[in-house]
Design a protein around this ligand. Structure first.
Ligand code: CP
Length: 330
């Protein structure tokens, strides 16, 4: 490994004992900080003329994406390449799951090929946890149902830290379909562990009951959520929810919760606008807000910065789960 990345390895090996990344809920504040510090070192690697290190040479990583993805899938794939790992991938449409093989058998067969890390995205909550109990390699959750999307939250927090001095007491409003969002859940776990003040905002039908028990404030008025925020993380409206009758129409959603320039008039200077993607332009964010550049203390969008940072954060996660020496690593 190159020197700047190797610097803290001995300390890391002692302090890191997670074999899997299943969710942010399971991480301590210190563990989140370790991931973000390591990601910072890898981000520097990505600026070099040859943006690659031999850190995971000899390791094999399998990506199993049983749900569509652009950002997460390509970002994990690039992260593995930048770490010099060998990587393979499988999707549901081309796997023997179509012939009736179970997911557990699929994972056991992949592990039998001496794969070291399985990255899994699945529409059912809990699948990464189940796999962690039936195969003895590392499991990394790339998004499971409505449960968690831990690397998305880590890259979101990494991006916030690049723009705001301190997460402690920072006011972050998460806006949209909180009930069905694994991104919201992972962000809430991560941000509250780091001391941020999190508000969630959306139509009452898209706010889960008792969400306050996660340590967040609930508001139903978008202007209130925007006015108090240092950061807004705007979620994708899942178009299928309209069929479920959870809101009357996209037009009505946009009228009451869509963020446009007019709505940002009372926002704090330098408000950070985030979105995990994919963006429904003209629905949850207007075209011009989605692309707002940094200028004169105005609100600005860091949506593409989030995507860039995803590679360094995922390099960090792949590296850290691979150094866990404990057989019983959690
Ligand atoms: N943010 C996110 O998970 O995007 P993809 O579905 O494209 O991976």
């Amino acid at each position: 490994m190159v020197s700047s990345v190797k610097m803290d390895e001995t300390k890391l090996v002692k302090s890191w004992d997670k074999k899997h990344l299943l969710g942010i809920r399971e991480l301590s504040k210190d563990e989140i900080d370790i991931i973000l510090d390591q990601a910072r070192a890898f981000k520097e690697v990505l600026t070099r003329p040859v943006p690659k290190v031999p850190t995971l040479r000899g390791k094999t990583i399998a990506s199993l994406f049983f749900e569509s993805s652009t950002r997460t899938k390509l970002s994990f794939s690039l992260a593995a390449k930048r770490l010099s790992a060998d990587s393979i991938s499988l999707s549901s449409s081309s796997s023997s799951i179509l012939k009736g093989e179970s997911l557990i058998d699929t994972a056991r067969n992949i592990r039998a090929m001496n794969v070291d890390i399985i990255i899994i995205r699945h529409s059912s909550s809990g699948v990464p946890y189940i796999l962690s109990k039936v195969v003895d390699c590392s499991i990394v959750n790339a998004g499971d149902g409505t449960h968690e999307h831990p690397t998305q939250a880590l890259l979101d927090i990494f991006t916030i830290k690049e723009h705001k001095d301190n997460i402690e007491n920072l006011k972050v409003s998460i806006i949209g379909d909180i009930a069905h969002s694994r991104v919201a859940r992972s962000n809430i776990w991560g941000l509250t562990k780091l001391g941020a003040k999190v508000t969630v905002c959306g139509p009452a039908t898209l706010i889960p009951p008792k969400i306050e028990q996660m340590g967040v404030k609930v508001v139903y008025d978008i202007d209130e959520a925007l006015e108090e925020a240092d950061v807004v993380n705007v979620l994708r409206i899942q178009l299928e929810r309209q069929q479920e009758g959870l809101f009357p129409s996209l037009r009505e959603y946009t009228r009451f919760f869509g963020i446009n320039k007019e709505r940002l008039r009372k926002a704090k200077p330098g408000l950070l606008i985030m979105h995990p993607g994919p963006v429904n332009r003209g629905v949850e964010l207007s075209q011009e807000v989605a692309d707002m550049k940094k200028s004169n203390n105005m609100p600005y969008s860091v949506i593409l910065d989030q995507v860039t940072n995803g590679i360094a954060v995922r390099m960090s996660v792949l590296y850290l789960v691979s150094i866990c020496k404990s057989e019983n690593g959690r």
